[in-house]
Design a protein around this ligand. Structure first.
Ligand code: CP
Ligand code: NVA
Length: 313
């Protein structure tokens, strides 16, 4: 039995990532038809949330159900991970009951410790460091609207946060040209940038760090942004407004990109801050397709992880 985790984007190979995206497309097409598979029949999946969520919680709960499985949502107070009992103890206990654990949490180390101590696949549903399920859905959305991820210029403007890190990893693995345009002092983690550049070298993609939004938008196929202060950074939100204002995804930035540019945001959005109403609701926006694809991409990921469990050694 091979236990595969999805702690971060690079837990899949580029070929596996592409296969998961193909499955996501098939599941999307087969949704609500008799051809839809139920590979999780008789299985249960624990969904642990230590931070708020709308999309991730609902798409995983619906997704597990549609695959024939039983989702069990556990909030932070219910299990008290690391407070009521240790992460390692809960990993071993849950492994006796459920067939996979999905977790949204703070430090990436909490995801890693759960995976190390348990005996079932662990999926990262957002940590402070990465948001790999989001990036899978993002790539599916790029394929939906631009036909491919290869050679696509994917520009992210804003905070060099968890979403930016996963875009770097996943985009590089998918052969995209990933540009991250962040204010000075808010750039992505240097290790992620180095590792992504290495991945991109193997796929024909590239990674580029910029500070000037107009230069980052020039020639962009996708303009992507996220909140200026992530969950856990609320106390710093007011200090960030002036720093990030020039990085707003607005009509002027869209005009600086390709005429066919697509606007993306992982949501939830703070309209009027990192993105304008015009950008969110305008003809270039694919943000709600992107939100929908969370469902399909995560179902495909779970189907992949469960198939791996049964793969011959
Ligand atoms: N994009 C995303 O992860 O949304 P939620 O925080 O609502 O789950
Ligand atoms: N960077 C954001 C993403 C929310 C989906 C956060 O971590 O709050």
């Amino acid at each position: 039995m091979t236990i595969r985790h999805f702690r971060l984007d690079t837990d899949l190979t580029p070929a596996e990532q592409a296969a998961v995206l193909d499955t996501a497309d098939r599941l999307k097409a087969a949704r609500r038809t008799s051809a839809h598979p139920r590979p999780l029949a008789g299985r249960s999946v624990a969904l642990i949330f230590e931070k708020p969520s709308a999309r991730t919680r609902v798409s995983f709960e619906v997704g597990v159900t549609e695959l024939g499985g039983h989702p069990i949502v556990l909030d932070a107070n219910t299990i008290g991970l690391g407070k009521r009992e240790s992460i390692e103890d809960i990993a071993q206990v849950l492994s006796r009951y459920v067939d996979a654990i999905v977790i949204r949490t703070f430090g990436q180390d909490r995801v890693d410790r759960l995976a190390a101590a348990g005996t079932v696949p662990v999926v990262n549903a957002l940590s402070d460091f990465t948001h790999p399920c989001q990036a899978l859905a993002d790539l599916q959305t790029v394929r939906d609207h631009l036909g491919t991820t290869r050679g696509v210029t994917l520009t992210y403007v804003g905070d060099g946060n968890n979403v930016a890190h996963s875009l770097l990893y996943a985009g590089a693995m998918a052969g995209a040209h990933v540009r991250i345009c962040a204010p000075k002092g808010y750039e992505p983690d240097a290790g992620v940038v180095t590792r992504s550049a290495r991945l991109a070298a193997g796929t024909g993609g590239s990674v580029e760090m910029l500070h000037d939004p107009a230069a980052a938008a020039d020639g962009a196929d996708v303009l992507y942004t996220d909140v200026w202060a992530s969950m856990g950074q609320e106390a710093d939100a007011a200090n960030r407004v002036d720093v990030f204002r020039p990085y707003q995804l607005n009509e002027a930035l869209i005009a600086a990109a390709k005429p066919t540019v697509k606007v993306m945001h992982c949501l939830p959005a703070h309209r009027g801050d990192e993105i304008t109403d015009g950008a969110m609701d305008g003809p270039a926006s694919v943000v709600f397709d992107q939100a929908e694809n969370r469902l399909h991409a995560q179902k495909a990921l779970l189907a992949f992880l469960f198939a791996e469990l049964e793969a011959p050694q």
